[in-house]
Ligand binder design. Structure first.
Ligand SMILES: Cc1cc2nc3c(=O)[nH]c(=O)nc-3n(C[C@H](O)[C@H](O)[C@H](O)COP(=O)(O)OP(=O)(O)OC[C@H]3O[C@@H](n4cnc5c(N)ncnc54)[C@H](O)[C@@H]3O)c2cc1C
Length: 446
């Protein structure tokens, strides 16, 4: 075990990034110029290894360093699924050429990514996916449908998993590719959620083409590669996590933030210390802010005098604190070189689901009938605010509508419980033959 004194401490990473920012942050650079500087310095994704445009820092130091960029008042690293999922996956499984091709463009914000995993018949049972990739010379021809693709409409590239061998058991015939989203064979259709936003999409691939050198981690080894992506996803979710790398500007070529002034994405124009205008809410702070908002609203309209509302708020506070303690527990174990606490990421994700549900229920009780008003456009929101005289009521309704999502994405609550049951507690798995039978012989959508 490494002695704790030998390992870089959080304060070292924060001090180091602050010193670098003093020298390098310039609000008058374009977003592209700033992200190029930040990305090539290793501070955009300091948790990546040094050969993959990172600094090889552990997760705690890396999250602290990313948060320090926002605290300094500089524009944060390019957010999104490229930095969160594609970069660590390619760093772990890609060749150096692939790292230089893909990860460089991610850390410098040049390209945005989406995750093409889930299909209409393959979500929890992801290995049952049916999109096919067939070799044709030095290319692969991909046909199939993906769904729930977050950010697909603004992505340049996709992390695609597709079936390359239906004659072997389902986990063994999958391959991982980096697919170009801007091509004739890829059609993206946004899906409007009940929040009024269109965060995710259906993606139809009809003879879409992927070059052979865009195959990541070896033919038919896609399940192992996808698990690296999923592991990073789960580690980034949980109780309030996952936002250290969020940025107010959007990476990639579609949104066209790259040519804008970097300082315009941080409050005060980036001249002094300030916060990024959007994103950057790290750790459990996001949920704590939701709780504080509800307390203030309850004080404002007298609902705080209702004993059962106070009880519900206390329950929310307790859940937030438990989430915070769990992440401190995970950090403490890491800091002294202990292995991960078994099942803790799954428990954290379950606890996040519980928090958003509790937030939804108590929030709607506090704002009462105002909770039935929800604006889908800026104009409608302004009208609602005028009618209720309370601009925060709309935020509570928005949070309540979104509360359905976290218990589903990154693996549903039931799937998290299955993992804890089977892999942590050692309970028997449901009997089936999907580890031995060829994929083509398994029942589909059963
Ligand atoms: C906001 C949001 C963003 C998303 N973004 C992406 C993205 O960018 N890319 C992507 O690829 N996917 C994305 N997803 C998809 C997400 O990963 C899937 O929705 C999720 O894995 C569940 O799959 P499903 O929707 O097919 O549900 P199903 O797997 O059909 O599950 C339906 C229900 O059955 C339960 N169930 C299923 N199997 C079991 C079992 N074995 N034991 C007990 N219960 C079970 C589930 O818990 C659920 O309640 C996103 C989802 C959401 C909500």
């Amino acid at each position: 075990m490494t002695d704790i004194a030998e390992r870089p401490q959080v304060t070292d990473a924060v001090a180091e990034v602050n010193a670098w920012l003093e020298e390098n942050w310039d609000p008058d650079l374009t977003v592209a110029e700033w992200w190029e500087r930040l990305g090539l310095s290793g501070w955009a994704a300091p948790g990546l290894p040094e050969n993959a445009y990172g600094k090889g820092l552990n997760r705690n130091d890396s999250v602290a360093a990313q948060k320090a960029i926002a605290d300094f008042g500089a524009l944060s690293a390019p957010g999104g699924l490229g930095l969160m999922l594609a970069a660590p996956t390619i760093a772990a499984h890609g060749t150096q050429e692939q790292i230089d091709l893909y990860v460089r463009d991610i850390v410098t914000g040049q390209k945005a990514w989406c995750q093409l995993f889930s299909e209409p018949g393959a979500g929890s049972d992801l290995a049952g996916l049916q999109s096919r990739a067939v070799k044709d010379g030095d290319e692969w021809v991909v046909t199939g449908q993906k769904v729930w693709t977050s950010g697909g409409q603004v992505a340049d590239l996709g992390m695609l998993i597709a079936r390359t061998d239906p004659d072997v058991p389902k986990h063994q015939g999958i391959t991982y590719f980096a697919i170009d989203m801007h091509q004739k064979g890829v059609e993206i259709r946004p899906l409007v959620e009940m929040t009024g936003h269109a965060m995710f999409n259906e993606v139809f691939m009809e003879e879409a083409v992927v070059r052979d050198d865009a195959l990541i981690g070896g033919l038919n080894n896609g399940w192992a590669v996808a698990n690296t992506t999923l592991m990073n996803e789960r580690a980034s979710l949980g109780s309030g996590g996952g936002h250290a790398a969020a940025s107010a500007a959007t990476p990639g070529t579609v949104v066209k933030d790259l040519a804008k002034r970097a300082g315009d994405f941080v409050s005060g124009g980036g001249k002094g210390k300030g916060k990024a205008k959007g994103g950057g809410a790290g750790g459990g702070g996001m949920f704590a802010a939701g709780y504080q908002l509800l307390v203030e609203l309850a004080k404002g309209n007298g609902k705080i005098n209702d004993a059962s509302v106070r009880q519900d708020l206390m329950r929310l506070h307790t859940l937030n604190e438990l989430g915070r303690f769990n992440s401190l527990r995970a950090k403490a174990a890491k800091a002294i070189g202990l292995p991960d606490v078994p099942g803790l990421p799954n428990i954290s994700k379950l606890s996040m689901s519980e928090i958003v549900r509790q937030q939804r229920d108590v929030g709607l009780r506090i704002i009462g009938p105002y909770g039935t008003l929800h604006g889908y456009t800026g104009e409608a929101i302004a009208k609602n605010n005028e009618a209720t005289g309370n601009p925060f009521a709309g935020m509570v309704t928005g949070m309540a509508l979104f509360a359905q999502a976290p218990p589903i994405y990154g693996g549903t609550d039931q799937v998290q419980k299955n993992i804890i049951g089977e892999r942590v507690l050692g309970l028997p798995k449901e009997a089936n033959n999907d580890k031995t039978a060829a994929f083509k012989d398994l029942p589909k959508n059963a």
